[in-house]
Structures are given as structure tokens and as C-alpha cells.
Write a protein that binds this ligand. Structure first.
Ligand SMILES: [Cu+2]
Length: 184
């Protein structure tokens, strides 16, 4: 059998290297983009494997335009549903932005609407009455913030009422990171 020329050996080596690189990239994509138990709204864009949740799942997404100093009007917190039935409610918060975010669940008083809480000099609103928050990276409950391209989650027992979901990192409420949720 004729041995391969030196040039052919190099060529085959190069092809194998390219194939291996392509395969490992495909592997990373598969690992990072797996199905997300929260639902269709957030199609697995995070590096976290969230657990399967008890009760109704609300998918929350946080976004920003990724420009430092771009505060007012540049950030959003949205939920895939405006109403849930009372009882166990799990919030899966996916941070699709470029900086850390969080989500708190705080009752709205009377006819108060979302986005009307007074903002203090520290750029934050009063968290009194909060029923819980998702502010940990790839984990349940409270933490140091949900890093970009990851998720945090929290399961709460919610009585009927009107609630505001918002991010209370400095300046983020003022920038538009709030939405309303009605529990029936
Ligand atoms: Cu935020």
C-alpha cells in the first residue's frame, strides 16, 4: 500500500482538527441551549439548568440595551402572563440583558399602578412588604443579582391581589424595570 505523502497527511490532520472544533462547538451549543422547563417564552437562552417548578410558572425576562449610563427608559422587566391563579407560583427570571438584574414581588396598594413607587436618592424604591425575590445566579431566592445570560428563580405562595414585579438595583426601577401581575 502506498503511504500518504507528507502534504496529504497535513491536509488530513487539518480537516480532522476543523471537524473536532466544529463538533465541540456543537456540543457546547447543545449543552447551553437545552429545553427550559419554564416554557416557550424563554427558549433556553441561559447557561442555567433550572429545576422543574411547583405550581404555575411565570416566565420573566429582564433586558437592557447594554450601554453604560443608558438608564432611563433603557431597561425592561416583562412577564409572559399578566394573571395567575392564587397558590404556588414559580417565577423563572431570565436575564437577557448585559448587566445583572433581579426581580422582587411586592403587593400594590389600593389602586396604585406599577411604576409609580417613589424612588429614593439611592435610586431604589422601598422593598417593604416584599413577598420574595429572585436575585441569585442559577439559584433559588436571594443573591447578589442574576448575571447576564443566566437565570434565577423563586417559588412563592401568593394570595389573590395585585402585585408589582420589579428590579430594584440602583436606577433600574426608574429606567422602566417593572410590570404588574394580578393573582385571582
Ligand atoms: Cu435591573
Amino acid at each position: 500500500m502506498k503511504t500518504l505523502s507528507r502534504g496529504m497527511q497535513i491536509l488530513i490532520g487539518a480537516i480532522a482538527t476543523v471537524l473536532l472544533a466544529a463538533l465541540s462547538m456543537a456540543g457546547i451549543t447543545l449543552l447551553g441551549g437545552g429545553p427550559n422547563p419554564g416554557g416557550a417564552r424563554n427558549p433556553g437562552a441561559t447557561r442555567c439548568a433550572a429545576p422543574s417548578f411547583a405550581g404555575t410558572v411565570v416566565n420573566v425576562t429582564t433586558t437592557d440595551r447594554g450601554r453604560p449610563g443608558m438608564m432611563r427608559g433603557g431597561m425592561r422587566l416583562s412577564a409572559d402572563r399578566a394573571t395567575v391563579v392564587h397558590g404556588k407560583v414559580s417565577f423563572l427570571v431570565t436575564n437577557a440583558g448585559s448587566i445583572p438584574h433581579e426581580m422582587l414581588v411586592v403587593p400594590l396598594a389600593g389602586t396604585q399602578s406599577a411604576g409609580t413607587r417613589p424612588v429614593g436618592r439611592d435610586g431604589r424604591v422601598d422593598e417593604a412588604g416584599s413577598l420574595g425575590e429572585a436575585s441569585a445566579t442559577c439559584a433559588d431566592g436571594e443573591g447578589e443579582g442574576i448575571l447576564p445570560s443566566t437565570a434565577g428563580w423563586v417559588t412563592l405562595d401568593l394570595p389573590p391581589g395585585r402585585y408589582e414585579l420589579f428590579c430594584n438595583l440602583q436606577g433600574h426601577y426608574l429606567a422602566g424595570m417593572y410590570t404588574e401581575l394580578t393573582v385571582t
